[in-house]
Design a binder for this molecule. Structure first.
Ligand code: MCA
Ligand code: AMP
Length: 507
């Protein structure tokens, strides 16, 4: 049986080689055959550079057909693909390169990445720009394409995706071929893909949502993908006319709803809108249904497990619920004492199934700590199960902030702030933000004269990716603490809950 993930996907689109695959707006469509040939060429280049199955290739590249072909080339050759958010600064990059120890780093051209690559002793640094040009493309032109696929086992690692840890340092979640293939096949069937489906793809391709969930489904059936480099509400609205399926984070839907006159007429061919990565407000779901006649299908996932639950394709899609466990996936809700919670009672969400990752890269201790003795993964989410196994999430036991679908760990920002002269200590919280769901706010205790907001902002620039920067700073004389001395973040969240709703604009 074919276990090379590229082979599995190729079998899905083998009959559609001359059909359009990736269609960036305003540019010529690239057919499945072109993607196949380009990825074979890149696979040849990986071999020429000496990369072998199990080696890592880190990619911090803009969304393009070539970026997808690079991922496919890794699948073809068994090289482990490690995508990185393009917003990460060189300072953040050092950690990822040092941890993944790749043999190849492909980056959007920038002198700033060179020192990080040198420091981590990365043997090969290639460039790939947003137009698909750069040294990767140049070098690949003169290599012999590699057509043969590396024989692989389902347990082999296909990708490592970094996900922030509570300690502030990201951990690499190792996703096996079996994890990705089982999830893709399940979603393809569960969401009822039809031969004429066209996917509107406006998500980044460095996260599980855009790279695996969306792309794998489309490739498995040889579907046309309207491939937008980013989510631009008016542009995406226009493109909906040609699409039948869209996957997005809740911000996509709230932004579409802000489009004047957005209505049923914009979605004439659409059959399915899917939302996930962060909670979809019931109000957004109802407003969307009223305006378009479509009830958004909300599902729940995480980097370590791909998709876990989904509202039904046929059947009631309930606002506020993330639906039923996917076929083959077991979800349970447990008390802090490790007992199954009664129906509808909130507890820790734990999961088991073929989608659950193989562990954190080179972190056996952390991996062990996140699994129960009987093999369930502790998601860190809090929720309840109904009598018929419908899951409702109510929050997270971790301190995680989710802003526009990006995960942000307060500890990382607090450490950066605490290191600044003028800051005695800090507490970082997420508060409601109309556009992004949650926005970051930093509470500062000054050491001496309180620092200016602009000075704090400047001090974080270059250290932390922009999306992690606090949108507001509040200076207090001291942080509220409980009897154990722990900062009472819930009190801070309550007190500042309105802070960004007055002016959610970017600072
Ligand atoms: C951009 N900015 C942000 C965010 N995105 N700030 C906070 N949160 C964000 N998510 C900042 C930029 O740094 C910039 O700041 C300014 O906003 C404008 O940037 P731009 O790129 O123009 O933003 P945008 O195009 O409006 O992007 C917002 C977005 C985007 C559409 C919500 O972030 C997005 O596509 N998010 C999807 C994330 C995703 O795929 N998550 C899935 C994770 P400045 O102006 O200061 O420079 S996978 C996952 O969670 C699991 C598996 C699951 O269940 O799916
Ligand atoms: P990540 O680590 O980036 O993969 O984010 C995973 C986290 O996103 C999960 O643990 C949840 O907390 C959250 N998440 C994903 N989908 C949903 C959803 N539909 N509703 C609420 N939270 C979600």
């Amino acid at each position: 049986m074919e276990e090379n993930l590229y082979g599995i996907l190729r079998a899905g689109f083998a009959d559609c080689l001359d059909e359009p695959c990736l269609c960036p707006p305003g540019q010529a469509a690239r057919s499945y055959r072109e993607l196949d040939e380009l990825s074979a060429r890149y696979a040849g280049l990986l071999g020429e550079l000496g990369l072998q199955a199990g080696d890592r290739a880190v990619a911090q590249v803009e969304k393009s057909t070539e970026a997808v072909a690079l991922y496919m080339a890794c699948l073809r050759t068994g090289v482990i693909y490690v995508p990185l958010n393009t917003a990460y600064t060189p300072a953040e990059l050092e950690h990822f390169l040092g941890d993944a120890q790749p043999r190849l780093f492909v980056a959007t051209p920038a002198a700033a990445v060179e020192p990080a690559a040198q420091q981590a002793d990365v043997p090969h640094l290639l460039s790939l720009d947003s137009q698909g040009g750069g040294s990767l493309a140049q070098r690949a032109r003169s290599v012999v394409p590699r057509e043969t696929l590396e024989p692989r086992a389902a347990s082999d690692i296909a990708a490592i995706v970094y996900t922030s840890g509570t300690t502030g340092r990201s951990k690499g979640a190792m996703l096996s071929i079996g994890n990705l293939a089982s999830n893709a096949r399940t979603l393809y069937s569960l969401w009822g893909w039809r031969a004429d489906d066209v996917l509107l793809h406006a998500l980044p391709v460095f996260h599980v949502h855009g790279l695996f969930v969306a792309l794998h489904c489309a490739l498995l059936g040889g579907h046309r993908v309207l491939f937008h480099t980013r989510f631009d509400a008016p542009v995406v609205r226009g493109a909906l006319a040609e699409a039948t399926v869209m996957m997005g984070v809740p911000t996509f839907y709230t932004r579409l709803l802000e489009e004047p006159g957005f209505s049923k007429a914009d979605c004439a061919r659409m059959r399915l809108f899917i939302s996930g990565s962060a909670p979809l407000l019931a109000a957004s779901m109802e407003a969307f249904a009223q305006r378009t006649g479509h009830r958004i299908l909300e599902r729940y996932g995480m980097t370590e497990a791909g998709m876990i639950t989904s509202n039904p394709l046929d059947g009631e899609r309930i606002a506020g619920s993330v639906g039923y466990p996917l076929p083959g996936v077991t979800v349970r809700v447990r008390s802090d004492a490790g007992q199954d919670c009664p129906v509808n009672e909130v507890g820790q969400v734990e999961i088991r199934g073929p989608n659950v990752f193989a562990g954190y890269w080179r972190q056996p201790e952390k991996t062990r700590a996140e699994f129960t003795a009987d093999g369930f993964f502790r998601t860190g989410d809090l929720g309840s199960l109904s009598a018929d196994q419908r899951l409702t999430l109510v929050g997270r036991s971790r301190d995680l902030i989710i802003s526009g679908g990006y995960n942000i760990y307060p500890k990382e920002i607090e450490s950066a702030l605490d290191a600044l002269a003028g800051v005695a200590e800090s507490a970082v919280i997420g508060v409601p933000h109309a556009d992004l769901g949650e926005g970051v706010v930093a509470i500062i205790v000054a050491a001496g004269e309180p620092p200016e907001e602009a000075a704090l902002h400047d001090a974080l620039t270059g250290r932390l990716a922009k999306f992690k920067h606090p949108r507001r700073y509040v200076v207090l004389n001291s942080l509220p603490r409980n009897a154990m001395g722990k900062v009472e973040k819930q009190r801070l969240r309550e007190r500042y809950t309105e802070l960004l709703s007055q002016d959610p604009s970017f600072i």
